[in-house]
Each structure stands twice: as C-alpha cells, then as structure tokens.
Design a protein around this ligand. Sequence first.
Ligand code: ADP
Ligand code: ZN
Length: 519
Amino acid sequence: MEANPQQTLLKVFGYKSFRQPQQEIVEGLIRGEDAFVIMPTGGGKSLCYQIPALHRPGVAIVVSPLISLMKDQVDALQANGVKAAFYNSSLSEAKARQVLAQMHDDALDLLYVAPERLMSEPFLERLEDVKVALFAIDEAHCVSQWGHDFRPEYVQLGRLRQLFPQVPLIALTATADPQTRNDIIERLGLGTAACYVAGFDRPNIRYLVTEKHKPFDQLRSFLSSRQPGEPGIVYALSRKRVEEVAARLVQSGVAAAPYHAGLPERERSRVQEAFQRDELQVVVATVAFGMGIDKSNIRFVVHYDLPKNIESYYQETGRAGRDGLPAEALLLFGYGDIAVARGLIENGTNAEQKRIELHKLNAMVGFAEAVTCRRRVLLGYFGAALNHDCGNCDVCIDPPQRYDATVEAQKALSCVFRVGQRFGMGHVIDVLRGAGNQRIQSLGHDRLSTYGIGKDISVDMWGSIIRQLVHLGYLEQDLASYSVLKLTPAARVLLRGEERLVLARPRHKTASAQKAPRN
Ligand code: ADP
Ligand code: ZN
C-alpha cells in the first residue's frame, strides 16, 4: 500500500485524525520497532496495529484470548474492505484449511489467532514459510498472574520475541498497575520496547472522598445537592446492601432500582433498559452492573463501600461523564470497610492470590487516605503521572492544612535507608518510634541511629507522612515484595537538605490500614 498512515486512517477506517499517541505508535511499528501500549478500554488500541498491518508486507498475526471478540473484529475489518480472518477452535476443518491457504498465499493482511493455536509447533513451522508483518498481543495482561485474567497459554507467547527476532511485536492492555506492567515486559521480552501510557485521565470527572459515618444520609444529601433527576450509579459491595439502599431511596422518593447477579435475568435487563432510557434515575448495584451499559450522560458514581482495588474503582468511576460534561465520583470511605474487604480476601484459598489482592487493597486505601491531589495518585498508579495538581478533586478544591515536614521526612527517609530498604511501613514506624518488640531486637534495629528518633509523633501521623512521601515520589513501595519501602532518586535531594518539604495535615483520623504482611 502506497498511502501514508494518515490516509489509511481516513480511507479505510473513516477517521480524520489520530488520537494522541496512536500516530507515534503506528509509525514506530511500521519502522519495525516494538511497542507496549496501555490505554483504557475504548481508548483506541486496535488501530495501533491494524494500520501498521496494512503498511508492512506480509500478514499481521493478532493474538486475542476471546473467540467471540475475534469474530467481531474480523467482521468489522472485512466490512471496511480489509483482508482479515481468524483461526481458532470454532472453525470447521474445511474453513481452517482455507484460512491457512490464504495465509500461505499472502492473501491476508491480518490473522487473529488464539494463543494456544499460534504457539503450537505445526503453526510455528508454518510461520517459517510466511512473511509476518508484525505480532500484536491483545489483552497482554493475561500473561501476568498479577492481573485478574491470567491465562497459562499466554505465557508461551514469551517465545515469540526469540523465535522471530526480526518481526516487530506490540503488546496492548488496559490493565496498568505497576506489577502487571513489569510482568508483561519481562515475560514477553519487551525490555527495549517503547512504552505508551495514555488516555487514563478523565478531566471532567471530579473525584471526591468523604469519611463515611452515616452513609445513607450522606448519599441522600449528595443527591439533593445535585440537579433533580440526574442519572447516576451507586455501587455497594453486597447484594443485601444493594437491596437495602435501593429500597430506602425509593422510600425517599428517588426513582431507583437494585441490580445484582442474584436477580432474574429479565429483571436485570429491565433495570438496564429503564436506566438507559432515563426512566430510572439511580441504579444501586454490585460490580455486576456496568459491562453492557452504554450510557454517556451518567452524571455521578457513588461508592457506598470501598472498592477492592484501584482498577475497579477507576473502571467504575469511569462510567460517569462519558459525554465529556462535568461528572462526580464520590467515595464514602469507612475504616470498617478495610477490615471487611480484607476479610473477604483472607477467605480465598490461593496464598499468592491473597497476597496480590491485599497489596491492591492497600493501594486503594492509600488513594482514599491521600492528602495530595487524587488525580495525581490515581494516574500515578497507572504510570501516567500528572506533573501538576488537577484542580478538580476534593483535595485540590478544599486543601487540607499544610506544614513544613522537612525534618520528619528526613527522619523517615533515613530510617528506610538504615533498615536496608528491605522493610515495609509498619516496621519503619516501629523503629522510628523506638518500639521495644522482639522483632526489632532480633534484627538489631534497636541499635540503629534512627531508632526512637520519632517517638514524639504518633503511629497514625507517621503513616500519613510516609504515605505522602510515596504519593509524592520520594519513596516507592515495592508491592511485589511485601510493600517494602525504597528510596527514589528524589529522596537524596531531601536527605541532603537541599529542599524543603511541605506536607498536608490529615483531615480526619487516619487508621493503620497498611497491615501488610511483614517479611
Ligand atoms: P480499545 O481496543 O482500546 O478498547 P478500540 O480500538 O476498540 O478501543 O476503539 C474504541 C473506539 O474508538 C472504536 O469505536 C474506534 O473505532 C474508535 N476510534 C479509535 N481511534 C479513533 C480515532 N483516531 N478517531 C476516531 N475514533 C477512533
Ligand atoms: Zn486534584
């Protein structure tokens, strides 16, 4: 094809311009470079490999875990006149042969393949005789146990980078927590790939967090502060709570209905459709609600209970304000919820899974407790750090009191250093406060120069200081290994006394939420 990517975008897909990093990704891939793309669902990942597929000789091999999605994608491409096909277990033998013949005849631009098919020896041998334009690995988080959707057959894909060193490889995902990201890079051999994180910021959503005391009253007063009739979703953790909150809203005159997986299918579609048509104002729901909703004018999302991780929170709040108009996300944050959530996780059987989920919960608590710009914490988590305060979250709008915490920060940072950057927050605070426990004695940490230098400050206050140091990038918390605290390069500047640090005083009582397992 002679046209440039811009022309292909218009002629084949009917779009006038690329979205932010699409063009750069497309051009890099056409040049033969690897890429790692992290964008939220709906961000426009597909074009990132579909256009290069039309600009490089040979067939682009696209790996996708879901047979149903493959068919949809291929249908859509064919409708645009692109030579695309899929190869998976749903094909008849005759059809499968036909697809392979097309591939060998160089009659395909894109071929969607299930991972286990692709990595089967016969198929890999076939690829030796075929010109491969590129490999695209969609839903790349499936390669990681940190993700919510681990698929063992994805692990095999790690061989592609060695088997076909000359073919560019692009991995795409919407899941961006740091552990999953590192896993993907390592397992797929993308160490030298350009990494693109984009599209996570939703500037029209105002993030609000309020300490939960009388949740139903708080919900009602939130609703009454808004324009009457504005559509919204209230998420609660249990079916029982969903029913209860919905009933109380109806009693107080709000057009509300419950939605959870325990309701009959017919009732669920009825609620969904009524909401879609603006006949229902509020849906009170468990996380089961949301997959199929395509409603752009949702004005608010309330979390009645603490979500179990930042990914869920981000996805659920992201349903608000799709039309780009102002929307609000309110989280009612109660310390009791942490214990409930932790209890649910502890009930699981897989130890590794529990550890992962606990750490994710701690990150969620960290967000709720943040006294720095919420959006910075949220986007920082996704690796899409913002370098300025957003002006559209509760912390930015009503900033907490600030104080010069340079000395306290130096104490905390040097304590992290003295314990060898091998311990989590609980232990660092114990050392700072000169706790006399056995663990400290057996480690000899009572002989450190930082032992007891922070006696005068409470555990909660130290917790707040250390969390802020993490959010502001002076410390990093290695979630993959028991929330161990480590210094970042920025910490040196502070330790050398070349910079003063102003921190926020916690607005409300802070709890020691970070009871991460210790090592
Ligand atoms: P993802 O795979 O990231 O979830 P898709 O690739 O399915 O997202 O794209 C989401 C939607 O955005 C699709 O309808 C797609 O056609 C549209 N889209 C993608 N890129 C552009 C663009 N540059 N201009 C206009 N629409 C786009
Ligand atoms: Zn902000």
